[in-house]
Design a protein around this ligand. Structure first.
Ligand SMILES: Cc1cc2nc3c(=O)[nH]c(=O)nc-3n(C[C@H](O)[C@H](O)[C@H](O)COP(=O)(O)OP(=O)(O)OC[C@H]3O[C@@H](n4cnc5c(N)ncnc54)[C@H](O)[C@@H]3O)c2cc1C
Length: 324
């Protein structure tokens, strides 16, 4: 198989934006994608200028077409490993028995997984009326009776942010988690606080969330529930290559998306849990520009080497013409 200039793992917003820039830079690009973008459970995507309200699948479908329109290749498959190639660059192993994919550089845009509290019914309603990001979906439920499920340090602050979208908010936390100051700050903004453990979600016959069944028998009413998940990056390909991680365990990239391993790049949620679709797309695009510059440097080194030994200083082009 021919060696690609760049193999991109992940065809979400970050990967496809990078692929578009690189394909338009006349690079040989292959994008390998397992087909599970993070926002797939949501019917609509918000906050992306000029694409607000679009279905997530439509954005990515359009992106794939644009990449293919410039000669980029997009393949549905899962990458299980990346290893340095003794011949230079890297070789990618795929799940489905396809041959390894060789590439000069790799860009990992594999996103992250949202780990939710172990409350029955939460996962099934994720992206519908169980939500994580008020900037993505808060406007659609503004003014309604909303809940915030807490527990982790900082969840009171998250509740204060969700309060921006409604005057009717309840913050449900396990007993004893809030400090006196945190409780005062919530009550000062008329956020109701309920302390207790959630047993399961209450859903009506029309399949709408109605509240939280607490294990003491009470029901806490709400029409949508905000839940801060634990973000788990899909970074095994990067850590397997030995990329440096920070003290939280997240792979480190510089401002251009470069990891600590030469030729290995990363962008989007896999290295930045705060990235939304538009910022993941921006990071992918910016990384592609830096990556292409690195390939150009490499192309220059190769061209000079292939020129072979020559004697004397190089003369300017116009001087050669005058001599002739
Ligand atoms: C329910 C929900 C709703 C959201 N709504 C919004 C919204 O309205 N607006 C907004 O801006 N943001 C929203 N987000 C956030 C948004 O999903 C992310 O910002 C965005 O998906 C990040 O893009 P990404 O390219 O980094 O990763 P992703 O979009 O997750 O893409 C990663 C891709 O890599 C693939 N992949 C992973 N591992 C491999 C592998 N080993 N081999 C091959 N492929 C692999 C995955 O299958 C996936 O297709 C929402 C998130 C959730 C959970």
């Amino acid at each position: 198989m021919r060696r690609h200039d760049v193999a991109i793992i992940g065809a979400g917003a970050a990967g496809l934006s990078a692929a578009l820039v690189l394909a338009r830079a006349c690079r040989d690009v292959v994008v390998l994608d397992a087909g599970h973008p993070r926002n797939a459970p949501a019917a609509h995507m918000h906050g992306f200028l000029s694409r607000d309200g679009m279905a997530p699948a439509d954005l990515l479908g359009t992106g794939r077409s644009e990449v293919r329109g410039y000669g980029g290749v997009v393949v549905d498959t899962t990458v299980t490993g990346i290893r340095p190639d003794p011949a230079g660059g890297f070789r990618l192993t795929l799940t489905d028995g396809r041959p390894d994919v060789p590439a000069r550089h790799v860009l990992v845009t594999t996103g992250l997984r949202d780990e939710l509290p172990a409350v029955p019914g939460l996962r099934e309603r994720w992206g519908r009326d169980v939500l994580h990001c008020p900037y993505c979906h808060g406007h659609e439920v503004r003014g309604r009776r909303l809940g915030v499920l807490g527990g982790d340090p900082g969840s009171h602050r998250y509740a204060q942010i969700v309060r921006q979208w409604t005057d009717d908010l309840v913050h449900v936390v396990p007993p004893g988690r809030l400090t006196a100051d945190e409780r005062t700050a919530l009550l000062a903004r008329r956020v109701e606080v309920v302390e207790g453990a959630v047993d399961h979600l209450v859903v009506d016959d029309a399949d709408h969330l109605r509240g939280l069944q607490m294990d003491d028998g009470c029901v806490v009413a709400c029409e949508a529930l905000f839940v801060p998940p634990r973000f788990v990056p899909h970074d095994a390909l990067l850590t397997g290559l030995g990329c440096d991680v920070d003290d939280r365990g997240w792979v480190v990239v510089d401002g251009t998306g470069r990891t600590s391993v030469a030729g290995v790049w990363a962008a989007g949620n896999v290295v930045d849990p705060r990235a939304q679709v538009v910022t993941a797309a921006g990071a992918g695009s910016a990384t592609a520009v830096a990556l292409n510059a690195d390939l150009v440097d490499d192309d220059v080194r190769t061209a000079v080497r292939d020129l072979g030994p020559h004697t004397g200083p190089t003369r300017p082009h116009n001087q050669i013409e005058e001599d002739a």
